[in-house]
Design a protein around this ligand. Structure first.
Ligand SMILES: Nc1nc2c(c(=O)[nH]1)N[C@H]1C(S)=C(S)[C@@H](COP(=O)(O)O)O[C@H]1N2
Ligand SMILES: [Mo]
Length: 195
């Protein structure tokens, strides 16, 4: 298993980012109710890519799964350290769909209507997973199963639960919390909480 809990070193900070407290539970944070999601969720990919269209859950799981130990930092101040997720690293998905040279930004879409955006460069990192297991079990529905994104280098609102689609953009479009004043870059070690 790949351990990426030393990520903080790259960002010049402690393992527990400033202003965070460690929790051993795994709180649920959703803007609304848990949506119902098909058990075989296809992933829609569109925008600045060669191969747009739907990728089946089955294909995603066969493209190159990785198991990783990661930390999880919520912007409201709790961090859960050492979560084990399995999923597809974002760079593998990007290679599969052929991202255009002029793509600069990504908008993630979810089944509850949630969206979140990140620069493409912040997504093209091995620890950004399209994840389907948590602690070696299918991700529970309230935590975003069957398919969610995890972004251990960012506050966790950058990781869409109930992932439905990924849109590649040439210019930034803001996601749900980003339109409501939360940071676009969301680096926990610089306490980028609000914009
Ligand atoms: N689709 C969707 N994804 C989401 C959210 C949401 O409301 N809807 N909340 C975000 C926030 S603010 C956090 S902290 C994490 C929480 O994940 P958890 O509920 O598994 O702890 O999911 C993020 N992804
Ligand atoms: Mo959050």
């Amino acid at each position: 298993m790949k351990d990426v809990t030393d990520l903080h070193e790259e960002f010049g900070g402690e393992r527990l980012p400033p202003g965070q407290r460690e929790t051993s539970s795994f709180p649920v944070l959703s803007k609304g109710e848990t949506p119902s999601v098909p058990t075989d969720p296809g992933l829609e990919v569109w925008g600045a890519v060669e191969d747009d269209g739907s990728i089946s859950f089955d294909e995603l799981q066969r493209l190159g799964a990785e198991r990783q130990r990661q930390d999880f930092h919520c912007v409201t101040g709790w961090s859960r350290l050492g979560c084990v997720f399995e999923g597809l690293p974002f760079p593998t998905l990007a290679a599969r769909v052929g991202v255009h040279n002029d793509a600069a930004h990504v908008l993630f879409h979810a089944h509850d209507g949630y969206t979140t955006d990140l620069p493409l460069s912040s997504c093209l990192r091995a620890e950004v997973l399209l994840a389907w297991t948590l602690e070696d079990e299918p991700i529970p529905a309230e935590h975003g199963g069957p398919l969610r994104v995890v972004t251990p280098h960012k506050y966790a609102y950058k990781g869409a639960k109930w992932l439905s689609g990924i849109e590649f953009l040439t210019e930034r479009e803001r996601g749900y919390w980003e339109r409501r004043g939360y940071s676009g870059t969301a680096n926990p070690w610089d306490e980028e909480r609000y914009s």
